[in-house]
Design a protein around this ligand. Structure first.
Ligand code: PLP
Length: 401
């Protein structure tokens, strides 16, 4: 008997990332020493004080359903976080807690998209955005940015795109960015905010990498620009990346009460609520600081400098210096155009590097940019050094006939 799956299920494309990584996993299981540059999570353990809060919650039997938007104590801690970190005023009615920022975005999209509503997604984008818009019955519209503009949306390009569309509704902005590591300045955000306010465009501002910024870089939220843009913005954040808590599954949003209320209604029929123990752990993450996060950020910064300097030393490779997150996005177009192995795109290049040089990197096509590879530096310095040597050898071999 054949089972007819839904059109939605059949339309979902499997990610090009998965193709390379299922192969990498298989090789690792076979005992091959693969260096994984594809990691999307900190290689640090969740800090002890956070784990203790979770253990306490279990011992106190805090193990039942909670209210759908998240326990008031956690939402209050999030309100305080927004005031302290971003100088933004919210009340707990503006906050909801979800099982990961991924789920936050999916839920919000369901709350704001009608069929044919267009959601503008600048390249290079996080892999899940287009699929999530599709699942919410919206229409993803890709807006290309340029390496020469540090992969950032300009107000001019945004306005031009909005004017081309019939139902522009939402812009998804990511700062710091996965995969480029770029961080928008306050004045860049002001330019974008002015356009969004002019055309009444909602902004999903994905700030999950907020805490991971380097040097003099400062993170700003577009909601800080003015009250008008704040009313149009849904800030998405969470504890996964900042506190090395990817497996705990806790993200959150701040937005106008009507968007939050409707999103919570959706969540009440899907996840119900976030794991009660993770909610207690997140309170500790947001309210206690034992210095472990600062140490993690310093380590990421050292690795970032090393990786990007080394990538830029390679002939015919250029890499824009990231200001945050834990990814670098080198331009490898020259090797795609000039190699002698018949490789024509970033997926084929990643497959070659994996099979012959045992390094797993993510093809740019996964992020809507074909001529790039994404390297994660959520990996030990030793592995970065070893992996880079293999990468250089791989590129050299590409040029041998
Ligand atoms: C840009 C971006 N947004 C959201 C997420 C999802 O985070 P979470 O683990 O909280 O679901 C990720 C995870 O890779 C990400 O890179």
């Amino acid at each position: 008997m054949t089972i007819k799956l839904s059109n939605k299920a059949r339309a979902i494309k499997s990610s090009p990332t998965l193709v390379v990584f299922s192969k990498a996993k298989k090789m690792i299981a076979e005992g091959i020493d693969v260096i994984n540059f594809g990691v999307g999570e900190p290689d640090f353990n969740t800090p002890e004080y956070i784990k203790k809060a979770a253990i306490k919650a279990i011992n106190e039997n805090f193990t039942k359903y909670t209210v759908s938007p998240g326990i008031p104590e956690l939402r209050q801690a999030i309100v305080k976080k927004f005031k302290d970190d971003n100088n933004l005023d919210y009340s707990i009615n503006n906050i909801m807690v979800n099982p990961g920022a991924k789920s936050t975005i999916a839920t919000v999209l369901m709350a704001i998209c009608d069929p044919k509503d267009e959601v503008i997604i600048p390249t290079p984008y996080w892999v899940s955005y287009p699929a999530q818009v599709d699942l919410a019955d919206g229409t993803p519209v890709i807006l290309e940015t340029d390496e020469t503009e540090n992969f950032k949306v300009t107000p001019e390009k945004l306005e031009e795109k909005i004017l081309e569309l019939s139902n522009p509704k939402v812009l998804i902005l990511t700062t710091p960015s996965n995969p480029s590591g770029m961080v928008y300045t306050k004045s860049e955000l002001k330019g974008i905010a002015d356009v969004c306010v002019k055309y009444n465009i909602l902004v999903i501002s994905d700030e999950i990498y907020e805490k991971l910024v380097y040097g003099d870089t400062k993170h700003y939220s577009i909601a800080q620009v003015s009250e008008d843009i704040k009313n149009l913005t849904i800030i998405v954040n969470g504890v996964s990346k900042a506190y090395a808590m990817t497996g705990w599954r806790l993200g959150y949003a701040a937005a106008s009460e009507d968007i939050i209320q409707k999103s919570v209604k959706i969540q009440s029929h899907t996840a119900s609520c976030v794991n009660s123990i993770a909610q207690k752990a997140a309170i500790a993450a947001l309210t206690i600081n034992d210095g472990s996060i600062d140490n993690m950020v310093k380590e990421f910064e050292n690795r970032c400098k090393f990786l990007v300097d080394e990538l830029n030393k390679i002939n015919n490779v250029t890499c824009v210096k990231p200001d945050g997150a834990f990814y670098a996005l080198p331009n490898i177009s020259w090797y795609i155009e000039n190699n002698k192995k018949g490789i024509t795109n970033s997926v084929e290049l990643c497959t070659f590097l994996l099979e012959k040089y045992h390094i797993a990197v993510v093809p740019g096509s996964a992020f809507g940019v074909e001529n790039y590879l994404r390297f994660s530096y959520a990996n030990s310095m030793e592995n970065l050094q070893k992996g880079l040597k293999r990468f250089v050898k791989g590129l050299d071999e590409l040029m041998m006939s």
